[in-house]
Design a protein around this ligand. Structure first.
Ligand code: CAA
Length: 387
């Protein structure tokens, strides 16, 4: 076992850290307050290769590995989790699925646009009445008699980057009687007729990452824009989420890292009862537990990243690795952010410091891309083989 990072991994980590500290951290509070989408930063991140870290260079990406992706996600999310969300959807939920299941033409057209930062991507699985039970979706796609295109009618909710996305990976049923086995994946161009956007969600945290409903009404999707085979969509959705959950675990580690670092600084600087609060045992206990959970989350996330890299050679599923990393890291981030607020006292509750933002942002990591309850179910099902 070698914990040493490669030269390339160190380079992407340093580039992401530099950009995050110079360009993201100084504006994070303003974007959080206004809820404005950080479009110019996202485009600049694309130019740096951060929107397609694992995408081969011939499709416009940085051509690096999953560990490099995790390291960069941690640095960006430590500066601002909302930037991290947009980055993770472009990398994991959009590019990753097309790289794995797409045709050469789809990779050239869709992956290149997103990985280079020229356009923004999104992933449309959830519906108003179907969240955790994703296979019960009501969206429908019907193949034309001549087999050239599908007519899609769909209503999708909680679409991260939806208000700004040019392209979507969208799931709809082509055979409702077949349940999960009747779902098919499609690549949708939001500039085409039949596509519209619904209400934008007012959110507790990651406020600069825009989220909305989308609707497809008799949208005509050419057969060339079907991703994978008919009926293969649920498997595609789930295997994309296996990788996506590693990105969310990395985002959680980033938030936890920022909350811990701020707490450490505050414990050294802040004085009460004539001494630094970091010399009190109750504060020391918090710091010790925060640091230990943070590093455990980081290791589980990096191990899942390594498992994904191995799976590219073996074809093995990484469901267990992704779910464990996301479950542990998201709950660690929530707990660490909670402790950070408490340790900072009134300043932890004030918008003058970023601590309350870390607390609000951490919560979503326990919810999206599968709640903690779903991760526990996936882990237990995988381990026991029972349902
Ligand atoms: N990889 C490949 N195949 C998989 C798979 C995976 N990870 N998980 C399941 N499958 C396959 C199964 O093997 C099965 O196929 P077979 O019958 O041939 O074996 C088929 O898919 C159906 O699987 P299940 O019977 O396990 O399906 P289920 O209906 O019981 O659902 C679930 C399983 C784990 C609950 C799943 O629905 C799930 O993960 N739900 C959570 C959905 C989710 O994470 N939503 C988040 C939306 S994305 C998001 O948050 C948006 C954002 O913008 C950030």
């Amino acid at each position: 076992m070698d914990f040493q990072l490669t030269e390339e991994q160190q380079m992407i980590q340093a580039a992401a850290k530099d950009f995050a500290e110079q360009q993201i951290a100084p504006v994070a509070a303003d974007f959080d307050a206004s809820g404005e989408f950080p479009l110019s930063n996202i485009q600049a991140m694309g130019e740096l290769g951060l929107m397609g870290i694992e995408v081969p260079e011939n499709y416009g990406g940085a051509g690096l590995d999953t560990i490099g992706y995790v390291l960069a996600m941690i640095e960006v999310s430590a500066a601002d989790a909302a930037h991290g969300t947009i980055m993770s959807v472009n990398n994991s939920l959009f590019c990753n699925g097309i790289l794995k299941y797409g045709t050469e033409e789809q990779k050239q057209k869709y992956v290149r646009a997103i990985a280079s930062g020229a356009e923004i991507g999104a992933y449309a699985l959830s519906e108003p009445q179907s969240g955790s039970d994703a296979s019960t979706m009501k969206s429908r796609a019907v193949l034309s008699d001549d087999g050239t295109h599908y007519t899609i009618n769909a209503r999708k909710s909680w679409i991260t980057s939806g208000p700004y996305a040019r392209y979507l990976v969208l799931f709809a049923s082509t055979n409702p009687e077949a349940g999960a086995k009747g779902i098919t994946a499609f690549l949708i161009d939001t500039e085409k007729e039949g596509f519209s956007r619904g209400k934008t969600e007012p959110k507790l945290g990651i406020r600069a990452s825009a989220t909305c409903e989308v609707e497809l009404s008799d949208y005509q999707c050419a057969i060339e824009d079907r991703l994978g085979e008919e009926g293969e969509g649920f498997k595609i959705a789930m295997s994309v989420l296996d990788a996506g959950r590693i990105g969310i675990a990395a985002q959680a580690v980033g938030i936890a890292q920022a909350a811990y670092q701020a707490s450490l600084t505050y414990a050294r600087d802040r004085k009460a009862f004539g001494q630094e609060i970091g010399s009190f045992q109750m504060i020391q206990q918090k710091l010790a537990d925060m640091k230990t959970k943070l590093e455990a989350a980081r290791l589980l996330t990096l191990r899942a990243a390594w498992a994904k890299m191995e799976s590219e050679k073996t074809g093995a599923r990484i469901t267990l690795d992704g779910s464990m990393a996301k479950l542990f890291a998201s709950e660690a981030a929530m707990w660490i952010a909670h402790q950070a607020v408490q340790l900072h006292g009134g300043m932890g509750y004030s918008k003058e410091m970023p601590i309350e933002r870390y607390f609000r942002d951490a919560k979503i990591t326990e919810i999206y891309e599968g709640t903690s309850e779903i991760q526990r179910m996936v882990i237990a099902r995988t381990e026991t083989g029972l349902r």
